[in-house]
Design a protein around this ligand. Structure first.
Ligand code: XMP
Length: 524
């Protein structure tokens, strides 16, 4: 979408490494537009993209295997700098006549890299200040290694176990490193990326929130003209930022539909409405659909069936509501770049794509509306920065993730209004206390779970059987693995006291001390 607007762009060819998206994020962070495409993309695409530099990512394959991926020849013929990372280095060496050998052991973790030759890639970098010749503290993750340099390449640096670790072409701006500069463990990784992008490729930092907003708004105007756009606003970061951008472009021709499914957090529905119809003056309609969702969920206990039911009722209501908006031509959506990358399959299927997680339903295909997806080139952190620039409160932009099916998967088993009401109030206490104790941002996600079992408690003189709640708080980078958060005992004690004292029919609060894996973050 933004491809032709920015002059200075980097293209990343993805060979399937789990870190490839990080390369793109680092480059965007330093203010330069880049795109990530499968290594086997059409040569014409690469030419048309007109990159100022190309990065070849890491990948799980071995160049020693027959039919393993290679960089398209055009990459080296465009006259622009090329930077190979891990597999990217290896394929570059093989393609220029060097040798890569398989190894039975994998090198994984920190390594000290010693330079033997100055290189523009390493300008200003020395992680071990006490040494005269610069050295780097880097993160390695590889099996194969380069054992013979390709002709016309110079050795720039080595480690004890990897004698060819950084290379540079004698005349052309081609560079390669065996380690991963994109991960934060590589101490000067960002400096290496900056050296490549700014000094070697000569890019300017044009990719700023202000510019992104300006160009996106112009594109939306051009795309939809005077047509009406419908958008399902959930109050989450992505749909909110998408709505504000489209609103900026077309104002009241944007019709937002906020479906309150009754499975939201305490007062969330009112807050969403206050913010978007109040502060932002959006054209937004709230549909109170708690009854419809809860009646569809009556008697349903299986978590996946619950998810599907919630997704289906959502789609039905959205469909009904959108038919009430006459002549709507477009559907606005908060799809972000990782969703696009993850659903774009490589032609040869060789890039190992990590599947997108938990997609809740979709909208019906027969809606026949064109799509307006103003965030489809943006990473989540960029969406947040743009949201901030558009005036969304920081609290809301940095809120912990909340699953689409909401409390529907936090009330175990059958979902009932009584359970949701208890859970909402308990969860509000937990979150309020986390914020008060400055612990909210110390954890990645925190919430309360309703367990449909009764346990004994002593209330006054009598014994009473009431519900059990569990608190869950985790620390994680990617939500694929997580540690349970070691919240202080006195804090947990305070939360438990408040919940049991302030909410009737709760006799017991427990704390979940399971990691992921084997447990998941949510309980269902
Ligand atoms: P799990 O429970 O699989 O969760 O460890 C990982 C992350 O995904 C969120 N999650 C969901 N998000 N719809 C969503 O939109 C869902 O059905 C769903 N289930 C889990 C979860 O909150 C955590 O952040």
């Amino acid at each position: 979408m933004h491809t032709n607007i920015y002059n200075d762009k980097i293209l990343i060819l993805d060979f399937g490494s789990q870190y490839t998206q990080l390369i793109a994020r680092r480059i965007r962070e330093i203010g330069v537009y880049c795109e990530l495409v499968s290594w086997d993309i059409d040569e014409q695409f690469i030419r048309d993209f007109n990159p100022k530099g190309i990065i070849l990512s890491g990948g799980p394959e071995s160049t020693t295997e027959e039919n393993s991926p290679r960089a398209p020849e055009v990459v080296f013929n465009l006259g622009v700098p090329v930077f190979g990372i891990c597999y990217g280095l290896q394929t570059m060496m093989v393609q220029f006549g060097g040798t890569v050998e398989s190894s039975t052991t994998r090198e994984f973790g920190y390594a000290k890299v010693d330079t033997v030759l100055a290189s523009r890639l390493l300008d200003g970098i020395n992680d071990f200040a006490e040494q005269d010749t610069p050295s780097l503290n880097v993160w390695m993750s590889h099996g194969d290694k380069v054992t013979k340099l390709a002709p016309n390449f110079n050795l720039v640096a080595k480690t004890d176990s990897c004698p060819i670790c950084i290379v540079e072409h004698e005349e052309k701006p081609f560079f390669g490193v065996q380690f991963h500069p994109e991960v934060t463990h590589t101490v000067s990784g960002l400096s290496i990326i900056k050296n490549f992008v700014f000094n070697i490729c000569g890019c300017a930092a044009e990719w700023t929130p202000k510019n992104i907003i300006e160009t996106t708004v112009a594109q939306i105007k051009e795309q939809v003209g005077n047509d009406k756009v419908i958008l399902g606003l959930s109050g989450g970061v992505d749909s909110s930022v998408a709505a504000l951008l489209i609103n900026k472009a077309i104002g009241k021709n944007l019709h937002c539909i906020f479906i309150d499914n009754g499975l939201l957090r305490l007062n969330e529905g009112d807050q969403v409405m206050e913010m978007f119809s109040g502060k932002f003056d959006l054209n937004i309609k709230r549909v109170n659909a708690e009854d419809r969702f809860l009646s569809a969920l009556a008697g349903v206990e299986d978590p996946e069936v619950k998810r599907k039911t919630i997704g289906k009722v959502f789609v039905d209501i959205f469909d009904e509501e959108s038919h009430k908006i006459e002549d709507a031509k477009w559907l606005g959506q908060g799809t972000i770049y990782p969703d696009v990358i993850e659903s774009a399959a490589s032609k040869t299927g060789k890039a190992h794509v990590i599947k997108s997680h938990h997609n809740v339903g979709g909208l019906p295909k027969e809606m026949k509306l064109g799509l307006v997806e103003p965030l489809n080139q943006l990473f989540k952190d960029e969406v947040r920065r743009i949201g901030l620039e558009l005036g969304l409160p920081k609290d809301m932009l940095e809120r912990h993730p909340f699953p689409g099916p909401g409390l529907g998967v936090r009330v175990l088993g059958e979902v009932k209004k009584e359970y949701c009401d208890i859970l909402r109030r308990a969860d509000a206490i937990f979150i309020e206390e986390l914020r008060k104790a400055n612990l909210y941002y110390e954890v990645s996600q925190a919430f309360t779970v309703f367990l449909p079992v009764k346990s004994v408690g002593v209330m006054g003189d009598g014994r009473k059987y009431s519900w059990v709640l569990s608190l869950r708080a985790v620390q994680t980078i990617d939500f694929m693995t997580a540690h349970w958060a070691h919240l202080p005992y006195d804090f947990l004690g305070k939360v438990s006291n408040r919940i049991i004292n302030e909410i009737d029919n709760v006799s017991r609060v427990v704390y979940d001390i399971s990691g992921k894996p084997p447990s998941t973050i949510e309980w269902e």
